[in-house]
Write a protein that binds this ligand. Structure first.
Ligand code: NAP
Length: 285
C-alpha cells in the first residue's frame, strides 16, 4: 500500500514493545480487508506517558493498544474509561471517539470468548482456581465474576497480592473469592473443588521454566486447564493433556482480545482465521 495523507494510524504503546506481535497481526488484517490503515509500535517510557497520550490526541491517531507497564497508569490521562475497565483497573485499548480518548479492557472478555469457543461450555456456575494476581489474572478474575462464576480461588506467589485480588473480585462482582498460598497442598485442595484451573502468570513462557508447584494427581478427566501463555505449549498444558484434561492455550485469548479491539477501533469484525494464521506463522519462525 502506498502511504498517502488519507491513511489512518493505529499504534501500540508500551516498554518494551520491540517483540510485540500486534503490528504484524493488525497490518495483515488491514491488508486483507483493503483498509487504508497502518499500525505501528511506540516504545514509551513511564515518564513520557502523559506527553505520549497528549501527542496521540494532537496527531489524530485513531486507536491504541496499551501494554506493560502502562495498562493502569494510562487511565488517568484518558477522557473516559469504560465501566468494565474501571472495575478491572486497567485499560489495554484506547479509541479516539469524536476527539475524546476512551479506554476499554478487552483482555478479560477475550479470555471469556476464547473459553466459550474452545471448551464449548459457558463460564457461569463454575469453580475456578486462578494462579497469579497480576494484570491478566485481574482482568480474567473480574470478568469471570461479572459473568456468574460460582467461586474463584486466587493462588499467588506473593500471597497478599492474591488476597487483594480475591477481595477486589468479591467487592466488585459479588462472586465468592478466596486468596490461597501458591503451595502444593493448597492447590491440590482447591483444584479438587474446581472445574477450571487457569495459569495467569508468565511461568511457562520459556522451556524448563515450570515453577508451579502441582502434583500430577490434581489432573483428572473433565478438569479444564487454561494457560494465558501464548508463545508455546507450556509444561502445565502438556501434563494436563497427558491426564486427559481439556486444555486451552493463550492464543485464543490473544486473538479474541485483539478482535474486540479491532472492532472497537473500526466498527469492523476482523477475520480471526487470518489473525490466527499470521500469529502461528510468526511464532513458529
Ligand atoms: P504481571 O502483571 O507482571 O503479573 C505477573 C504475575 O505472574 C504475578 O501474579 C506474579 O506473581 C506471577 N509470577 C511471575 N513469575 C512467577 C514465578 N516464577 N512463579 C510464580 N508466579 C510468578 O503480568 P501480566 O500482565 O499479568 O501477564 C502475565 C502473563 O499473561 C504473561 O505471560 C503475558 O504474556 C500473558 N498475557 C497473555 C494474554 C493473552 O492474550 N494470551 C494477555 C495478557 C497477558 P507475584 O505477584 O508474586 O510477583
Amino acid at each position: 500500500m502506498l502511504i498517502g495523507a488519507d491513511v489512518k494510524i493505529f499504534a501500540v504503546i508500551g516498554c518494551p514493545v520491540e517483540h510485540s506481535l500486534s503490528p504484524i497481526m493488525y497490518n495483515t488484517v488491514f491488508a486483507e480487508l483493503g483498509m487504508r490503515c497502518v499500525y505501528v509500535a511506540y516504545k514509551v517510557e513511564k515518564h513520557y506517558l502523559s506527553d505520549a497520550i497528549k501527542g496521540i490526541k494532537a496527531l489524530g491517531i485513531k486507536g491504541l493498544s496499551v501494554t506493560i507497564p502502562h495498562k493502569s497508569s494510562v487511565m488517568q490521562f484518558l477522557d473516559k474509561v469504560d465501566e468494565e475497565a474501571k472495575i478491572i483497573g486497567a485499560v489495554n485499548v484506547v479509541v479516539a471517539e469524536e476527539g475524546q480518548l476512551v479506554g476499554y479492557n478487552t483482555d478479560g472478555a477475550g479470555f471469556i470468548e476464547s473459553f466459550k469457543n474452545e471448551t464449548g461450555t459457558p463460564v457461569a456456575d463454575k469453580v475456578y482456581v486462578i494462579i497469579g494476581a497480576g494484570g491478566a489474572a485481574r482482568a480474567i478474575g473480574v470478568c469471570l465474576g461479572l459473568r456468574g462464576a460460582k467461586k474463584i480461588f486466587v493462588a499467588n506467589r506473593t500471597v497478599e497480592q492474591g488476597q487483594i485480588l480475591a477481595d477486589n473480585i468479591m467487592e466488585t462482582t459479588g462472586c465468592v473469592a478466596r486468596g490461597i498460598p501458591l503451595t502444593r497442598d493448597s492447590l491440590r485442595k482447591s483444584i479438587e473443588e474446581a472445574d477450571v484451573l487457569v495459569n495467569a502468570t508468565s511461568v511457562g513462557m520459556h522451556p524448563g521454566n515450570d515453577e508451579i508447584p502441582l502434583d500430577d494427581s490434581v489432573f483428572r478427566r473433565g478438569l479444564i486447564v487454561c494457560d494465558v501463555v501464548f508463545n508455546r505449549t507450556t509444561e502445565l498444558l502438556q501434563r494436563a493433556l497427558a491426564h486427559e484434561c481439556l486444555v486451552m492455550n493463550g492464543i485464543g485469548m490473544l486473538i479474541e482480545q485483539g478482535a474486540l479491539a479491532f472492532e472497537l477501533w473500526t466498527g469492523v469484525k476482523p477475520p480471526k482465521e487470518v489473525m490466527r494464521n499470521v500469529l502461528q506463522k510468526v511464532m513458529t519462525g
